[in-house]
Design a protein around this ligand. Sequence first.
Ligand code: ATP
Length: 437
Amino acid sequence: MDEKSDLMEKIISLCKRRGFIYPGSEIYGGLAGTYDYGPLGVALKNNIKNSWWKKFVDNREDMYGIDAAILMNAKVWQTTGHVDNFSDPMVDCKECKKRFRPDQLDNKKSCPECGGAFGIQRNFNMMFATQIGAVEDSSATVYLRPETAQGMFVNFKNVVDSLHPKLPFGLAQIGKAFRNEITPRDFIFRMREFEQMEIEYFVNQNDWQKYFDYWKDEILEWMDSLGIDMNSVHELEVEEADRAHYSSRTVDFEFDFPFGRKELYGLAYRTDFDLQSHTGASLNDLSYLDETTGERFVPHVIEPSFGLERSVLALLASAYKEDGVDGEIRQYLAFKPAIAPVICAVSPLLKNKPELQSRAREVYGMLKQEFGRVMYDDNGNIGKRYRRQDEIGTPFCIVVDFDSLENQTVTVRDRDTQKQELIKIDELVNYLKSKLV
Ligand code: ATP
């Protein structure tokens, strides 16, 4: 096994063992392309989403959050071209019947599983179709949305009419998207059900380049603040032939994942493609009136698009570290405190001393109320607790010992340096707050 696939195995195994991510429907043998998040995975995911929402929605004056339905009128996807064009090339092996994307095969002539011959290449539409209501006819077909973006375009008029935003402004949304990927793979990198965090930023056509560059910087700044290893991030100017049909310029932000350099996020200039198409098909006027100039026009769109699971994976790969402690290998996740699923764990030095237990419980209660993401841990000896907390990326372990009873101090141990500091109990909240920026 080479070093990189070894790293992937270690991350997957840690995620399962410590309650981050489990295979979907596991007790029934799983369901390809789906994963379930355990308690620590949910906390990590929520911290990423909250950081994104804070930076791109709450901290700005020009951004409006929405939460559109996953099921949308099928005309949305006919209009955008997804019904006709949202497909990947596919080949079936004539022998073992397995399906592959020919563009992902090293040897395009024979099946990588059994060596069998391939049938004719076809296009496979990646949208999941389902029937709505009790009647089974084609008019009842709806699709699970393959991107969150359209929720924003179809609500453009609603937001303009109800909140009267001034250009440039954006709509932002976090939500599930579904793609019937032919070959889901690489853990949570390519899934069939995943979450996107997307922005449609509406601008005057003359300004698109300025805002494209602006959003490039914003994306990089957020990645850095999250703790993604920026040495592993690369910008790729996507060639015209590889761009989506609606895009006039796309930059992919690629990341050196353990299985290779792949797309993490995308930034696309969607022109006025979506608003114009929906205007034509829905016969609703989706233009914008600039009150200062009196000009009415259809805005153009810059779209920063982020995959939540790919963020989780890039963060795990960036944070995973190993070093040697007491002749053993220590595995730990060096998450930034603001992103770590658990900010701190509180322990009594000894388990069988009621006075230590009750003081530790008090300290825990105080921190839990303040920060929420706090764990009480009195399992095993202190060394084992440190290892467990290191593995889940807890930046601080707080130990209540006999000094705590006398001097009102606790020992705070740092995950990365393993150094210990004495902190007064009544200064703990401020101490931890200062680490959360
Ligand atoms: P890829 O080329 O890897 O299939 P894409 O170019 O089709 O990705 P977009 O349509 O630009 O992806 O989707 C926006 C973002 O959504 C991507 O940058 C990625 O972070 C995420 N994403 C797309 N498809 C998946 C998937 N199958 N599983 C997890 N995340 C995904």
